[in-house]
Design a protein. Structure first.
Length: 518
């Protein structure tokens, strides 16, 4: 006998379960799909930069909010998504997992691990797009961030919370300076984030190996979007890295973030904009390409003590073509940042490495973010180098030079050699003070030409071995007294006398230095 009541209860139970399991999110359908771009119809209430979920588990980013459709870019599944697929709104913008667990890891711009290690179990996340700190929340940029590179720390000092652009042609040592700066933060309580944008996977692998071999990975996170990745991931990478940096900054910590490089970031954004049929402007870039980088770099700041005193120091990298710093993207980023380190191909090819062009490089923070002793000694260094380069150009005309001019030229060449530095050879502040003191004294005349770089390295080894107490006497935050200066020059002269009979050794050292690239 059929129990009608039992059948009715069963139907009611199944209907209730079905209604509870239904997806109540806003839903639309794809009306166009191609080249990683989708257009969705029927999806209302979507926010700009909202994360969309496409049928099949794929994710997309809403960028064009039009009257009757939404234009979005796919992070994955370009060849799997097709016309008619369902698209759901998530109600959330893109978030980046944050926390101490991110240090030592290599992740993609969505926070997924790429290093083959265990799953990242972050308990917190931050939106990749976030307002920059207000002016009243910022403090003074007056604490130095040491790069360990003599040419930069002496003449183009970088402060914690500053945005210092590294600009130059390809293969001039831009990434090398950034990597050396990360290596120099070991033991300095500075967290480092390296953002790779559109680089070759092989180049990134070399950087990771260098950081690992030098013990820098434990305090570094690498956010990777290589040239093989789609444009949306390259576009998102620097914002994801900045979100991670902000997490540490708002905890009162100091962070160094490297964007390598923003030229490729702009190209990725241009690619997406053209596919979304946005109006093109100069060099086919969209009209908001300035805002693309300004909203990113403005998030680098030094917070006031009331806000915790944390900082983000940004080192964006921009690649120029044939040294043209007046191109669209370089001029945009120069106008946003607080100074630039300009690397010149001609200097690099002539063996001056790092190939810093002192005339075109500047730090708008200036000496306020420089150690007092370094500022005292290096005050005339930039002027002396400028005078030397003017004389060197004049000398090409073949005019007869008097003894004083020849002496100036010789000293200038030796000062230039003093600023040469092998990659991965970082100087401490005390070592810099010793080298700058010697290079600004009459002792420089006793050192053979083209042997200055080898002499400097030998002098530092000699001091560490025989006069370690001399370095302990140097206080980088105090003025160098006349007696301390005399002690430094006395030890330097002692080493000159010891090495007079060791010219072949010096020559061998110099040959080794010249073979290294910066």
């Amino acid at each position: 006998m059929i129990d009608v009541n039992a059948i009715g209860k069963s139907i009611v139970k199944k209907v209730s379960a079905a209604s509870m399991a239904s997806d109540e999110r806003a839903c639309g359908r794809i009306i166009y799909s191609g080249d990683g771009i989708i257009r969705v119809s029927g999806l209302s209430g979507v926010k700009y930069n909202e994360l969309l979920e496409v049928q099949g588990g794929y994710k997309a980013l809403a960028l064009n909010l039009e009257q009757d459709s939404v234009g979005a870019v796919l992070f994955s599944g370009e060849d799997k998504v097709c016309y008619g697929d369902l698209v759901y709104s998530t109600g959330e913008t893109v978030h980046m997992p944050v926390g101490e667990c991110m240090l030592g890891r290599i992740v993609d711009p969505l926070g997924e691990p790429l290093d083959g290690l265990s799953e990242i179990r972050a308990t917190q996340s931050r939106p990749v797009e976030f307002p920059a700190p207000a002016i009243m929340d910022r403090g003074k940029v007056n604490e130095p961030l040491q790069t360990g590179i003599l040419a930069i720390d002496s003449m183009i000092p970088i402060g914690r919370g500053q945005r210092e652009l590294i600009i130059g042609d390809r293969q001039t040592g831009k990434t090398a300076i950034a990597v050396d700066t990360i290596l120099n933060q070991k033991g300095e309580d500075v967290i480092c984030i390296y953002v790779s944008i559109g680089q070759k996977a092989s180049s990134l692998a070399k950087i990771i190996t260098t950081l690992r071999n030098n013990g820098a990975l434990p305090y570094t996170c690498i956010v990777s979007s290589t040239a093989d990745d789609d444009a949306p991931l390259q576009y998102l990478a620097p914002y994801s890295g900045c979100a991670l940096a902000e997490y540490f900054m708002y905890q009162g910590k100091d962070v160094l973030i490297v964007y390598d490089d923003l030229s490729k970031h702009a190209v990725a954004y241009r690619t997406m904009s053209l596919l979304l049929k946005r109006p093109a402007g100069r060099e086919a870039y969209p009209g908001d390409v300035f805002y693309l980088h300004s909203r990113l770099l403005e998030r680098a700041a030094k917070l006031s003590e009331e806000k915790g005193g944390g900082s983000i120091t940004a080192l964006p990298i921009v690649e120029t073509l044939a040294g043209d710093i007046s191109a669209y993207i370089p001029t945009n980023v120069i106008s946003i940042t607080d100074g630039q380190i300009y690397l010149e191909s001609e200097l690099f090819n002539s063996g001056v490495r790092p190939a810093v062009n002192v005339g075109l490089s500047v730090s708008r923070v200036g000496g306020s973010a420089q150690r007092k002793a370094v500022r005292q000694i290096s005050g005339q260094l930039r002027v002396n180098l400028a005078q030397y380069r003017e004389l060197a150009i004049f000398m090409q005309f073949g005019s007869d030079l008097d003894a004083e001019t020849q002496k100036t030229l010789s000293r200038g060449a030796k000062m230039t050699d003093t600023l040469k530095q092998r990659q991965y050879l970082n100087y401490s502040v005390r070592e810099m003070i010793v080298l700058l003191t010697v290079s600004q004294s009459d002792l420089i005349d006793k050192i053979p030409e083209k042997k200055m770089t080898a002499y400097n390295e030998g002098l530092l080894d000699y001091i560490h071995a025989n006069h370690a107490s001399l370095l302990e006497k140097i206080d980088p935050d105090s003025s160098i007294s006349d007696s301390l200066r005399a002690d430094i020059l006395s030890v330097a002269e002692e080493y000159i006398n010891c090495s007079v009979g060791a010219q072949p050794a010096l020559e061998g050292e110099e040959g080794k230095n010249s073979s290294d690239t910066k």
